[in-house]
Design a protein around this ligand. Structure first.
Ligand SMILES: CC(C)(COP(=O)(O)OP(=O)(O)OC[C@H]1O[C@@H](n2cnc3c(N)ncnc32)[C@H](O)[C@@H]1OP(=O)(O)O)[C@@H](O)C(=O)NCCC(=O)NCCS
Length: 222
């Protein structure tokens, strides 16, 4: 095994160990059934540069740091403020609920080269979305890692997981019109513009990708 493959394997095992520890620590409370735990283990995804692992309790502090950065919060909070610890804890709780109830949600993003935690990315269940397809692409990365194609790489893997492993019929994306980077990531991942609407008191643009289109694109790219 080469050194880089060996490092990679170590990081992957470390990520899986975090999942393991959480499970063992909470075993008495039985937060996860054995079946759910196996499902989470199977949901660890490796891409060229990233390791995506299902969101865990341990991710709260990193999320608090991420959402306290003005450039990250800029288009998420419409009042231009950064997130307080309590507000980030609410986001964190919603992400955990998405995994617990839907068995799918945003992953914690790990940079494979350094093993660093660099953000949150995946498919978030938006129960109040005004349409039948409620899984939305979702991403916030550490600005030090922007502009390298990582959100696109991770989102492509998340879409694949949603269509192949979960047979979702359609995945949506939404953002405020000014969030050019987010819109560009959606477009690069094959989501197409659907229009504007008001959602949670904000004017947003929304995008969507159907499973059939995704399968066609995936077939063509082989
Ligand atoms: C959105 C976000 C995850 C993108 O991450 P990223 O890893 O930099 O994304 P990628 O590198 O895969 O792609 C970004 C694309 O947007 C483009 N882009 C970024 N800023 C841009 C700008 N101001 N104007 C035009 N294009 C821009 C990049 O050039 C790139 O497109 P290209 O590959 O065609 O050149 C990151 O900017 C982020 O975390 N933003 C803060 C949180 C956020 O707004 N999340 C979305 C909520 S809906």
């Amino acid at each position: 095994m080469s050194i880089s493959r060996c490092c990679l394997r170590t990081i992957e095992l470390a990520a899986k160990r975090v999942l393991m520890q959480t499970w063992y620590n909470e075993k008495n409370a039985r937060t996860y059934s054995d079946r759910d735990f196996l499902h989470l283990m199977k949901a660890v995804i490796e891409t060229t540069h990233l390791l995506l692992r299902p969101w865990q309790e341990e991710d709260l502090d990193q999320l608090v740091r991420l959402l306290a950065r003005p450039e990250v919060a800029r288009y998420i909070r419409l009042d231009g403020q950064t997130f307080t610890r309590e507000e980030s804890a609410e986001v964190h709780a919603r992400v955990l609920r998405s995994w617990n109830e839907q068995r799918l949600g945003p992953w914690a993003v790990i940079d494979k080269t350094t093993g660093s935690w660099i953000g949150k990315l995946g498919l978030m269940y938006q129960e109040d979305w005004p349409g039948p397809d409620k899984f939305e692409v979702d991403y916030e990365l550490d600005p030090a890692f922007w502009g390298r194609g990582l959100a696109t790489e991770g989102t492509q893997a998340a879409l694949r997981y949603g269509f192949v492993n979960r047979s979702l019929p359609r995945i949506i994306g939404a953002t405020v019109p000014e969030n050019v980077a987010s819109r560009r990531v959606m477009e690069k991942c094959g989501l197409t513009y659907q229009g504007e609407l008001r959602f949670r008191n904000a004017r947003i643009v929304w995008y969507a990708l159907d499973a059939s289109t995704w399968w066609t694109l995936a077939h063509e790219q082989r």
